[in-house]
Design a protein around this ligand. Structure first.
Ligand code: RFL
Length: 403
């Protein structure tokens, strides 16, 4: 049996950073909206992913009074350290480029804050409610079919639907194949993503570039550190017991030369294939995409959550203009404005992948790529112009005029 469901002016799919920021801004603007989330409240509040928030992201959150948690518990970060066969060097990017810093604040804490603000303001969320399909997006009454917590189908009717439900969500699935172009790149690189119950070992993001593969070190909190290890495509996370992980991290981060890592229990391990994709345009009729639903970006440059926040603010402004003032101009330009930011971020992330990873194999092409990587690192070490360019893109998000 199908229940009749409900209505909202804007139905938002997904309670990640994109969906919850959008919900907050619409709710404050007096727009009737609802967030439909497949997972439970506990699931979204404990899902560890991003940690590095760009200055522009922090400005957006402060502008809307949503930064109290990160202002209290986040900390500034502005240094990265590269370690390779050619030695090590540090860049303090707060003294380069546009002089900006990151704020380190775990994504699950940001999601928890955004959800609390939204609920406090009277916002509606339906947890354990999976969107299955978005229909009639070429009309002004699109419908979202959902599976309710008790397993029954139901329908939500809306003026607009915001697809903030990630790469595998219902919004993308519901786009007619001939209405959008999908751009996709598999970078051919996989990472083992790790969370260690150990304090950070460096006061910097650590990038270990090594013949055995890349290793990364990123602070999360004073007691938790994220590490990455490049691994073969067919690796299973279970192949990596704690001892093997710490030995490999020590080797690739060259602890013999630069000092030991603080070790602790590995509380999470998962394999991430570095892929990127973009859906163009980000609008089909009355359905709009934001965040990972619009574009998946490899985590090599920590851009995904930052783009999600930027797009959610742009979409909120456009929806408010249309629904409150009858001005559709922002909705008409939403896709083009976001794509400008998205492709800049994709380009920088792609550059970072080339900076950090050698090529598997020993043939001429692998040697060529490896030499390019070495040259890219030495240019970054030696050229002030290159360092300014790096800093601007590393801590910025998308197109420069976003700031
Ligand atoms: P999210 O956060 O994935 O939220 C989508 C929500 O939608 C729900 N959902 C559905 N709900 C209803 N119906 C359906 N059919 C649904 N399908 C899915 C999901 O349960 C979920 O709650 O997407 P959003 O909001 O677009 O935010 C994107 C970010 O989460 C993502 O880009 C970042 O985590 C990427 N990323 C990083 N980004 C940064 O800016 N800085 C970082 O330091 C950073 N580190 C990372 C990262 C991503 C990583 N992974 C997982 C590859 C580190 C890692 C390891």
């Amino acid at each position: 049996m199908t229940t009749s469901g409900d209505t909202a002016d804007v139905v938002i799919l997904g309670a990640g950073p994109a969906g919850l920021l959008l919900g907050n801004l619409l709710q404050r603007g007096g727009v009737d909206c609802v967030v439909l989330e497949r997972g439970s409240r506990e699931h979204i509040q404990t899902r560890a992913r991003a940690g590095f928030l760009a200055a522009h992201t922090v400005r957006i959150l402060r502008r809307h009074g949503l930064a109290d948690g990160l202002d209290r518990h986040g900390h500034d970060h502005s240094t990265c350290e590269f370690r390779s066969d050619d030695g090590r060097f540090r860049l303090d990017y707060s003294r380069l480029g546009r002089g900006e810093r990151h704020t380190v604040y775990p994504q699950q804490a940001l999601v928890t804050d955004l959800l609390a603000h939204y609920l406090d303001a009277g916002g509606r969320v339906r947890f354990t409610t999976e969107a299955l399909e978005v229909r009639d997006t070429d009309t002004d009454r699109p419908t979202v079919t959902v599976r309710t917590p008790d397993g029954r189908p139901a329908h939500w009717r809306a003026r607009y639907v915001a697809g903030c439900d990630g790469r595998h969500g219902a919004a993308r699935r519901s786009l007619p194949a001939d209405a959008v172009r999908r751009h996709h790149l598999d970078h051919g690189v996989s990472w083992l993503g790790l969370l260690a119950e150990a304090p950070p070992s460096l006061d910097a993001v650590g990038y270990g570039v090594h013949g055995r593969g890349f290793a990364g070190h990123m602070a999360r909190t004073s007691t938790v550190t994220r590490y990455y290890l490049q691994c073969p495509r067919d690796t299973r996370a279970d192949d990596w017991p704690d001892d093997r992980i710490w030995a490999e991290l020590a080797l690739r981060l060259r602890t013999d030369a630069y000092g030991p890592l603080h070790q602790g229990r590995i509380s999470h391990r998962g394999v991430v294939h570095l892929e990127s994709d973009v859906v163009e345009p980000l609008r089909h009729g009355t359905l709009f995409l934001a965040g990972d639903a619009a574009s998946l970006i490899s985590p090599s440059a920590a851009k995904g959550a930052n783009l999600a926040v930027l797009e959610a603010e742009l979409l909120a402004e456009a929806l408010l203009d249309d629904l409150a003032h009858g001005d559709p101009a922002g909705l008409d330009t939403y896709s083009a404005r976001c794509l400008d930011h998205i492709w800049r971020a994709q380009e920088f992330s792609h550059w970072m992948i080339g900076l950090l990873h050698g090529s598997p194999g020993t043939d001429g092409e692998a040697r060529f790529r490896d030499s390019l990587r070495r040259s890219r690192i030495s240019a970054l070490r030696d050229s002030r112009a290159q360092q300014d360019w790096f800093a601007e893109h590393y801590v910025g998000v998308g197109a420069v005029r976003a700031a």
